[in-house]
Design a protein around this ligand. Structure first.
Ligand SMILES: *Cc1c(COP(=O)(O)O)cnc(C)c1O
Length: 460
């Protein structure tokens, strides 16, 4: 992971200095695509980020196309090694949704999860084959349902009875039969942030197995003539590192599948275990070996199905964060530095909660680096804050930075590919940053920067 070739000059340079440089690298280069040039400049996907900041302006979202594709392939080959053709990877596009990403997913042979007419339309305009899309959401409006059917979305994930009836009505009015999965809550607590934990019984999502509502939903779905029940879905939460959580969820789901097979003679074709694999935001978080975790899960699923005497359904996974997070980086330019003696040093940048709401929303941790010189001693602990009129607009507390940091310096926030652009807002009428993709040593604009004209476009 450490780009040692960068330090070929170390052979002749003085050894202690090189050791220090290597240490810096080890701490800062938390993903394969992050490295440091011999002069201390931060590189992303091998490109000088200070040059990219100068060329495209800041704040700036960067995305490494190669990394996205590599993650897609890793999921596909791991699942195919375990299950042959009886598997599917669907990218949960709420993590980052814009046309270019749907093109990449189509090229990589992934399906996608969509949760709104907006995501469906974006995928459609990218030419994504919507038969490979799965429609989620705990409250699909009648408009959404009809929009999705018009667009030919392949499968709906029904969240509640109300919605099953609404989908049935719409399908009936078209003389169509709609494929559905039922979203179930297996009653698993993944012990991550409460805001991203979704698999517990007490959740706004899905039919609870524990209360009998899930079984009742199966009976009801089987009685509706314009729905074709294909199987079951669960999603335990996000930023999950423990494989046990998936194994527990798999056991509950397979037990349920065996139960409804015995009771109703219904054979599930699909078991969708959702997304949620964790990613590394800071050096003290582990690197999750996703292929190894999936291989363990696969072995367990096969064994458990045999024990229960059922045939294993097709296994679907819906990774979002783990496909795009470490393919992303955000660049900012420092504006003011404010020192309050005895208290804190505030370093204000030209972005903030408008491009990264995760810190304000659930105290998310990040690695923020002085992009121009990673080898300068970071001798001051700073709060890196945004430019919005909110005290909670903090990108990160306790960031070590050089005390020389000042106006015009570029800061880089790592691992921002997931839930950043897709959660960006126009609070304070701040235009959203562009998304610039990095590919083969080159770069191109996937989403252009919003302008102030864009902001007033909808006002009457
Ligand atoms: C958010 C979500 C995902 C993706 O979760 P990640 O943590 O980004 O992998 C998958 N499935 C469903 C239903 C979701 O809501």
């Amino acid at each position: 992971m450490i780009p040692t070739e960068t330090f070929s000059d170390c052979v002749t340079a003085d050894a202690p200095l090189c050791e220090e440089k290597m240490r810096v690298c080890q701490n800062d280069c938390i993903a394969e695509n992050v490295s440091v040039r011999g002069d201390g400049t931060l590189l992303f996907a091998g490109q000088d980020v200070t040059e990219l900041a100068a060329r495209y302006g800041t704040p700036l979202y960067l995305m490494d196309e190669h990394q996205i594709r590599w993650r897609c392939r890793q999921y596909r080959t791991t699942l195919e090694d375990a299950f042959g053709t009886r598997c599917r990877v669907l990218y949960a596009s709420k993590a980052a949704s814009f046309k270019r990403l749907y093109e990449i997913m189509a090229e990589e042979g992934l399906g996608v999860d969509v949760v709104s007419a907006g995501e469906i339309e974006t995928a459609k305009r990218a030419g994504f084959p919507l038969g490979q899309a799965l429609f989620h959401s705990n409250n699909k409006t009648d408009f959404d349902i009809s929009f999705a059917m018009d667009a030919g979305v392949g499968c709906f994930v029904a969240d509640n009875l109300e919605e099953l009836y609404a989908v049935e009505r719409e399908a009936a009015s078209r003389g169509a039969v709609q494929d559905v999965l039922l979203r179930l809550t297996p009653g698993i607590d993944p012990h991550t942030y409460a805001a991203v934990s979704t698999g517990k019984v007490d959740s706004k999502f899905g039919f609870a197995i524990e209360t009998g509502q899930a079984q009742e939903a199966v009976r009801e779905t089987l009685s509706l003539p314009h729905l074709r029940l294909r199987g079951f879905h669960c999603h335990v939460g996000s930023q999950v590192f423990s494989a046990d959580v998936y194994i527990e969820a798999a056991d509950v789901m397979l037990g349920f599948i065996a139960g409804v097979q015995a009771k109703y003679g219904f054979i599930a074709e699909v078991l969708d275990l959702g997304g949620g694999f964790g990613v590394r935001y800071t050096a003290d978080q582990p690197v999750l070996d996703i292929p190894a975790r999936i291989a363990e899960l696969a072995a367990h699923l096969k064994k458990e199905a045999r024990t229960l005497g059922i045939s294993l359904p097709e296994i679907w996974l819906e990774p979002g964060r783990s496909i795009v997070a470490d393919a992303g980086m955000t660049l900012y330019t420092v504006g003011t530095v404010k020192r309050i003696p005895g208290y804190k040093t505030y370093v204000s940048v030209d972005g903030g909660m408008t491009d990264n709401i995760r810190t304000a929303l659930y105290g998310a941790k990040y690695t923020i680096l002085p992009a121009g010189d990673l080898f300068a001693p970071r001798d001051e602990i700073c709060s890196v804050v945004g430019r919005c009129c909110e005290s909670g607009d903090i990108l990160q507390e306790n960031v070590p930075l050089p005390s020389s940091t000042g106006r015009g310096d570029v800061l880089a926030c790592l691992t921002t590919g997931a839930y950043h652009y897709s959660m960006a807002s126009n609070y304070n009428r701040i235009p959203r940053p562009p998304v610039v993709m990095l590919r083969n040593g080159d770069s191109y604009i996937a989403v252009r920067r919003e302008t102030v004209d864009d902001l007033v476009r909808l006002d009457n």
